[in-house]
Ligand binder design. Structure first.
Ligand code: GLV
Length: 309
């Protein structure tokens, strides 16, 4: 039984190192230099070349190297019996909460505007809103969204959530399903997208959605680029309905040099760094699943192929 790691564009050596540090005897390979492929039962993947898994007759599990699994599920050629798992990790969750808090506070306290003013040596104090005056709406109340909502609430924001199905989150009101989407959107002065990418959630950040947000709302997308209709965001900022956006994820990554988001004064771009899986912190659960697979036990953090998360 061997593990093979698949990725386009990621340095995989830290993963090999972390796995070997935990278990020196483990047979860890990196695609495409992972022959004979009959040995491989467990795969770790991040943006693998589509179709690659068809060459592994004994593959039983594909583990995402991150929280999202859309990059795996978009491959139509994954054999049906293969189980798919994702990473759920305290550091990953905490990093996401810290990053989204930084973005919300950055927006609220106008730090980008002050940076621009600083370049022009322009001393111009702006009126600011306090946390208690602002409602942050979190779309997607999964592992990450729950923690983001809790943390924002703990520093005084009014917080609402939107989930696929009803959820209890202490004093935070969670709206559920398509029927309650509009009511949720109407609350959100700041909208944070943390949804999994599925056929139902693709393009959900569109003009119609934005129009239902309060005037001057701010949009934060730390989920996937495909959630956002880029042109609709630009149009709604241009129309003065949205105050701006912080985007960490894009339809095409790296974001093409000629994309209008780069130079836009109201759009803040970061290179998909909101929360990055740390190999040392994640290998424990990967090896746990590897052992469970060998022992025929149920896997942790299993993903439903039907739900897409
Ligand atoms: C990052 O985008 C992840 O899915 O972990």
């Amino acid at each position: 039984m061997s593990i093979s790691i698949f990725s386009q564009g990621r340095d995989l050596n830290p993963w090999v190192k972390a796995l070997k540090a935990e278990r020196p005897e483990l047979d860890v390979r990196i695609y495409p230099d992972d022959q004979p492929r009959e040995d491989v039962t467990f795969a770790l993947a991040w943006n693998h070349p589509l179709g690659a898994f068809t060459e592994y007759p004994n593959l039983k599990c594909i583990s995402s190297l991150g929280a999202g699994v859309d990059h795996i599920l978009k491959d139509p050629a994954i054999p049906e019996p293969v189980q798919i798992t994702r990473i759920k990790d305290e550091n990953l969750t905490s990093d996401m909460a810290n990053f989204t808090m930084a973005l919300v506070l950055n927006h609220l306290r106008d730090l980008h505007q002050y940076k621009a003013a600083e370049h022009e040596r322009n001393w111009e104090p702006l009126r600011y809103r306090r946390n208690e005056e602002v409602t942050v709406g979190v779309m997607g109340i999964g592992t990450l969204g729950t923690e983001v909502a809790r943390r924002l609430s703990s520093i005084g924001f009014r917080v609402t959530g939107w989930a696929n199905s009803p959820k209890q989150l202490g004093s935070i009101k969670v709206y559920a399903g398509a029927a309650e989407l509009d009511a949720f959107l109407a609350t959100a002065n700041v909208l944070i997208c943390l949804l999994p990418l599925t056929p139902e959630t693709a393009n959900i950040l569109n003009k119609e959605t934005f129009q239902k947000l309060p005037q001057n709302a701010y949009v934060i997308n730390v989920a996937r680029g495909e959630h956002l209709v880029d042109e609709d965001l630009l149009e709604m900022i241009e129309a003065g309905h949205l105050a701006g956006a912080s985007l960490d994820v894009f339809r095409e990554e790296p974001l093409p040099k000629n994309h209008p988001f780069w130079a836009h004064p109201r759009i803040h771009v970061t290179p998909h760094i909101a929360s990055v899986t740390n190999p040392e912190s994640a290998v424990g659960q990967i090896l746990e699943n590897y052992d469970r697979l060998r022992n025929g036990e149920p896997l942790l953090n299993l993903v439903s192929r039907i739900k897409g998360y």
